[in-house]
Ligand binder design. Structure first.
Ligand code: ADP
Ligand code: MG
Length: 724
């Protein structure tokens, strides 16, 4: 069987020769060597051009088109010295993937030879054929053109291939009418709006410097690795990214012997290779370790400004996949490749920061800074409560649904963990009391004289979807395979709205009298806690009681599935907020809703087709052969007059029949799928198709437990997870 072939191949695997050694090339030398970064620009651009470009990068000033030719030429020279023949505008369409279209630098010179050139206009704007990217009805096909626009704030870089290299230019992808067709455009807008609103608060607190407030992200990327041979023997993994069949292994993760254990050496070579590639691209990957499930690992970079962090996370995902191949493995980024075993998430550590303050979610060293910190936290409380449905919607995919609420990842109910100390402060202010000393002795008085606040949130709470962790919030509901752009677009815009609300309130209360600052802080926090305090929850987010309490007593929404959540992208509240800030138009939101629902539907339709097919072509044949063997043995025994119990045969036959009728039922369900309305289709697939698929799986997994091992052709969970 393909399974036995895979096992043999895996057992014969031998480690490839190392292609580099960190002993020869230090990470410090390597870091950023393939990036057209500040040093390179300073070196290669005329001073005036460099200064103008820098202004655009740092202050968001408009690009001066007259410098484009000079920059393009410098980029081309630099790239060609590094072996580049082509350039590509890299963009991030709504598939969540990274897209590229290559053009060579070469142009015929009219006399039979060619020259290498790269004009400024080609740097600034590209025109990929956009018709095959999802657009959700934004453009009719006859005008299905889009263009890519150079994102000056994310540096160009070089990607290597054994035969040469190519220059990559990060871009935004926009329709000719100006609608965003990608993940980057709204992110750039949202980082601007949160800057403006945060400035207002800083102003109220007396900081008139106008220093730019940036949003930052530190995404912790989880992934699985399995040997490539197993992958190719599992059509379900290949086609849908997850196993649609597979009995639970005798040994799962119960023993917790994988988490933070020694990294298997084959995997360590892979990790070092990944880091080697990422260092060259200037991606500051910092930590690596085993994760909870067997075969599961994590890589996390040092946090960076949102736009860069997002591009870098895309690079991390592509690098993980491509390097895995070199090591004879496949990297699975799906949120739930194996049922019953921990899935993969991508905790997005989120903060706002500013020169002169550091993280605005970091309690300061004096009462004034503390009060400002409490205001920024209050803005988070209000934002998450008001837009919890949107926060659920931006992490909604067919694959992430298998993970959320599955006792390993936060539930679909959005709440905030503040930790005991911080909650106590908010509660006291809400009650109108001055905070009093606690056993830890850090709290002595009201906001006006708050002594240093604790920097540690106290106990770590792993069950909260949105947790304060000392100087940032950790959004844990994001899926491993998701672009982190969407969550940050939502967070930044929600924060902008909340900060503006608070600024309005405080300004009205103070009426220009700075001595009223502390009273204004107290009042705003009290009001926010009265209206939105129920979103704060420090307990066990996995527990049954919480689900009940959250929904019944606190009125928090529980959008269990993507079919429930995605439509929120165009709810009146969401549309109002995004249009107010110019981050999305109503049409853009409608189109995104449409696209994400289509993607959800497509994922389930593909899986259902795979379930039906694999049941017929992979599971049934093995089971039937075994059935025949048993029947023949039975007949032969009877023929020579020996009694033979037919229990095994009957059991097998019952399971087989069960699977077959479940499969027929699934085919009926899929044939009856409503067409036309994506939302209706999503509900149907979620409520009717998914359970029907599970019913087939139930019998198939039972068969795996009884069919003769040599007749079973799909690699088992234990083989895929434990054999390295
Ligand atoms: P843990 O697993 O304990 O949550 P990790 O070290 O795996 O922590 O990841 C924490 C992530 O948070 C890193 O990417 C780190 O750079 C990031 N981070 C740290 N401080 C901030 C901050 N102020 N804003 C955003 N991200 C931060
Ligand atoms: Mg971690």
């Amino acid at each position: 069987t393909s399974r036995q072939g895979a096992i043999t191949a895996v057992t014969n695997y031998s480690t490839p020769e190392a292609s580099f050694s960190f002993a020869d090339t230090k990470p410090t030398e390597l870091f950023g060597c393939n990036v057209f970064n500040d040093n390179v620009m300073k070196d290669r651009l005329p001073k005036k051009v460099y200064k103008s470009l820098k202004k655009t990068i740092e202050d968001g000033a408009a690009i001066d088109p007259s410098i484009a030719d000079t920059v393009a030429n410098a980029m081309k020279e630099w790239a060609m010295e590094k072996g580049a023949t082509h350039y590509t505008h890299v963009f991030y369409p709504l598939t969540g993937l990274t897209a590229e279209k290559h053009d060579s630098f070469i142009s015929p010179d009219g006399s039979g030879n060619c020259i290498a050139e790269f004009e400024g206009k080609l740097l600034i704007q590209g025109e990929p054929d956009a018709s095959s990217f999802p657009n959700g009805g934004l453009r009719a096909t006859f005008e299905a053109r889009g263009y890519t626009a150079w994102d000056v704030t994310s540096p160009a870089y070089i990607l290597e291939n054994p035969n040469g290299t190519f220059l990559c230019i990060p871009t935004a992808f926009i329709s000719w009418k100006g609608e965003a067709l990608d993940k980057k455009t709204p992110l750039l807008k949202a980082t601007q709006v949160v800057n403006t609103s945060a400035q207002r608060i800083l102003n109220i607190f007396g900081d008139k410097s106008g220093n730019r407030v940036a949003s930052n992200a530190g995404p912790e990327q989880e992934y699985f690795l399995i040997d490539r041979n197993f992958f190719f023997a599992r059509p379900d993994l290949m086609m849908s990214g997850r196993t649609l069949f597979g009995a639970k292994p005798a040994k799962g993760q119960e023993l917790d012997d994988h988490y933070f254990g020694a990294v298997p050496r084959r995997v360590l070579s892979f990790m070092m290779d990944v880091e080697h590639e990422l260092y060259k691209l200037g991606v500051p990957v910092k930590t690596r370790h085993n994760e909870v499930a067997p075969g599961q690992f994590e890589v996390a970079p040092v946090y960076e400004q949102s736009n860069i962090a997002t591009d870098h996370n895309q690079m991390i995902m592509t690098t993980l996949k491509s390097v895995a191949k070199r090591h004879g493995m496949v990297c699975l980024l799906h949120e739930k490749p194996f049922a019953g075993i921990n899935g993969s998430g991508k905790h997005v550590n989120y903060s706002l920061s500013c020169n002169g303050h550091g993280s605005l979610f970091d309690p300061g060293d004096n009462p004034h800074e503390n009060a400002q910190f409490l205001i920024f936290c209050a803005a988070v409380i209000r934002a998450v409560h008001m837009h919890s449905k949107l926060l659920r919607a931006v992490v909604a995919t067919a694959s992430n649904d298998h993970r959320l609420g599955a006792n390993e990842a936060p539930p679909a109910i959005m709440s905030i963990f503040l930790g005991e100390h911080l909650s106590e402060i908010f509660n006291k202010i809400q009650e109108g009391n001055s905070p009093t000393p606690t056993s830890t002795g850090f709290l002595k008085a009201g906001v006006d004289t708050l002594p240093p606040l604790p920097r540690d949130a106290g106990d770590r709470n792993r069950t909260s979807p949105f947790a304060f962790t000392g100087n940032r919030f950790e959004f844990r509901a994001v899926g491993s395979n998701l672009s982190i752009a969407g969550p940050q677009v939502a967070l930044n815009t929600m924060m902008a709205e909340s900060l503006d609300f608070i600024a309005d309130e405080m300004e009205a209360f103070m009426g220009g009298d700075e001595s009223k600052l502390n009273d204004a802080v107290n009042k705003v926090i009290k009001d926010i806690m009265d209206k939105h305090g129920q979103v704060v929850f420090n307990g066990d987010g996995y527990s049954e009681e919480w689900h009940k309490e959250a929904v019944e007593e606190r009125g928090l929404p529980n959008l269990r599935t993507s079919a429930d959540a995605i439509p929120e992208l165009s709810s009146p509240e969401t549309v109002e907020m995004f249009t107010k800030y110019g981050v999305f138009t109503k049409e853009e939101l409608e189109s995104r809703k449409e696209i994400y629902l289509e993607q959800y539907n497509q994922a389930i339709v593909t899986e259902a087709a795979l379930v039906t097919k694999l049941a017929k072509t992979h599971i049934l044949p093995g089971a039937v052969r075994y059935q025949k063997e048993l029947a023949e043995t039975c007949a032969a025994m009877k023929a020579i007059g020996v009694e033979f119990t037919t229990g095994t045969l009957e059991d097998l036959t019952a399971k087989l029949r069960g699977m077959q009728s479940a499969n027929i039922e699934l085919e009926k369900v899929m044939a009856a799928k409503p067409e036309g309305d994506v939302e209706e289709e999503a509900k149907y697939l979620c409520c009717t198709a998914l359970p029907a698929m599970l019913e087939v799986r139930k019998y198939a997994d039972q068969l795996e437990e009884v069919v003769a091992d040599d007749l079973w052709c799909l690699p088992s969970y234990s083989e895929m997870l434990f054999i390295k």
